[in-house]
Design a protein around this ligand. Structure first.
Ligand SMILES: *Cc1c(COP(=O)(O)O)cnc(C)c1O
Length: 444
């Protein structure tokens, strides 16, 4: 989201009463930005693929698990990658057709697998054990789900361990370089003529494009090996996952989908020859830039000489930033109580901490950050938070999930909002915290 669009949206959110003393934190989504990202993704792959290649872009639901977002992306021609019964239900509630849904996850239960097969949703098995389970289920459930196997090309990790899916010991997929694993993988395909897809997700944030492309090339070469051994094009679809990193340091979108598509073409030209249909599973790179968390400053204080702004955005919605601040720093913009951008003032920016509402000392979204001097009633905006922030709530202190609003800006600069998710009510928090069972323990 550009600074101008954000400034319009923030002022309108104040004027239209979406944020205020009683709703002190909200999420904002730039609908035009989401549409533009989807368009850029489609165009990037259209540019490198042979005519007639089917490409399904399945948005990774966990990055923004919000039904209207999944629907907007479906309207843009995208599908959905899901990894739990909840995510599958969200995709279906959004009206995503079954043939545009892909089920991944390392821990699918028999019930989950049966549901996917019944619906005709594509499934990527994570292990040989899961393939064995599918062998059994396929006897009982008739369906036309495309079925695949996830492999880990073990090409190495990026700078964030917790988000590196292709290290030697990563928990996902069949580890291709382990002794005997490659041969066993080829055999698993030859034994199962119905197994037609190969899946690798090499990422994510912190991984260079070349590393990701090298992982995809490994998957491509394995598919060729399987097809040679089978004497036919048994694997007809390659699912290359997501994992494109996002630039959190400025408004610039880099790397672009186009740059990644070109890196893939350079590393594995055969991927785009038309021999394979493709599935992608991007999450963060589709949504991050289109989201902003907006929070009120409730109080300010100083401690040990350091000014601190106590706001309503902390670990409950910026979990990674709070617990791993070095890895997940966020840019923060300051606005006055009317939603106008705040200037630094005559003495320039003030080095301050920006804290959240949670009751632990480390609940800070920025430490020693130079910002315009913040005062009670001001607003802080956490930028690039459209993915993995307000849709990945952490229920610490029973803080409510904030309302999320999508916006568009008309030609005459009017900002129109639509509710994506209503703010969670206190009554809902009581209910989901066992409110109906108040006597349960006393009566035991
Ligand atoms: C999380 C995930 C994605 C999306 O990753 P991003 O980094 O958000 O693009 C895609 N595929 C799988 C299997 C995932 O687990």
């Amino acid at each position: 989201m550009t600074t101008t669009r954000r400034d319009f949206a923030v002022r309108a959110a104040v004027e239209q009463g979406l944020i205020g003393p009683d709703q002190p934190v909200i999420g904002l989504l730039d609908v035009a930005g989401i549409r533009a990202a989807a368009t850029a993704l489609r165009a990037a792959f259209a540019e490198v693929t042979a005519p007639g290649t089917r490409v399904l872009h399945a948005f990774a639901a966990k990055a923004a698990a919000l039904v209207p977002v999944l629907r907007l992306l479906a309207d843009e021609g995208l599908g959905c990658e899901v990894a739990s019964p909840g995510e599958l239900a969200l995709a279906r509630a959004a009206g995503v057709p079954a043939d545009r849904i892909v089920l991944d996850s390392p821990a699918k239960t028999p019930t989950e697998l049966r549901e996917a097969l019944t619906l005709g949703v594509a499934v990527n098995a994570d292990s040989f054990a899961e393939l064995a389970r599918l062998d059994g289920l396929r006897q009982r459930v008739r369906g036309d789900s495309p079925l695949g196997l996830r492999v880990n090309p073990q090409v190495g990790g990026g700078v964030i361990d917790a988000l590196s899916t292709a290290t030697a010991t990563a928990k996902f997929g069949v580890p291709l370089r382990d002794p005997g694993a490659r041969e066993a993988t080829v055999r698993a395909f030859l034994d199962r003529p119905w197994l037609t897809r190969l899946h690798a997700h090499v990422g994510s944030q912190g991984c260079p494009l070349e590393l990701m492309a090298a992982g995809v090339r490994e998957a491509y070469e394995l598919a060729e090996e399987v097809n040679r051994a089978a004497g036919r094009r048994q694997i007809d679809t390659l699912d290359i996952g997501g994992g494109l990193p996002v630039n959190f340091a400025s408004d610039e979108t880099t790397p672009t989908f186009a740059a990644y598509a070109r890196a893939l073409r350079a590393a594995a030209p055969g991927l785009f020859s038309g021999d394979y249909h493709l599935v992608t599973e991007f999450g963060r790179s589709l949504l991050a830039k289109s989201g902003t968390v907006l929070a009120r400053v409730e109080y300010t204080k100083t401690a040990g000489g350091r000014p601190i702004a106590v706001t309503h955005a902390g670990a409950q919605l910026a979990v990674r930033t709070v617990f791993a601040p070095e890895t997940w720093p966020l840019r923060i913009s300051a606005y006055d109580p009317h939603g106008h951008p705040k200037a630094a003032g005559p003495d320039g920016p003030v080095v301050q901490d920006v804290a959240g509402p949670c009751c632990f000392a480390g609940d800070l979204v920025a430490t020693a950050r130079p910002l315009p001097p913040l005062a009670a009633g001001d607003l802080t905006a956490l930028l690039d938070t459209g993915a993995y922030y307000f849709s990945n709530h952490y229920a610490y202190n029973s803080l409510p999930r904030p309302g999320v609003y999508g916006f568009t800006i008309e030609e005459d600069a009017t900002v129109r909002f639509a509710t994506v998710r209503s703010p969670q009510t206190i009554a809902e928090i009581v209910t989901e915290s066992g409110g109906a069972h108040a006597e349960a323990l006393s009566g035991l």
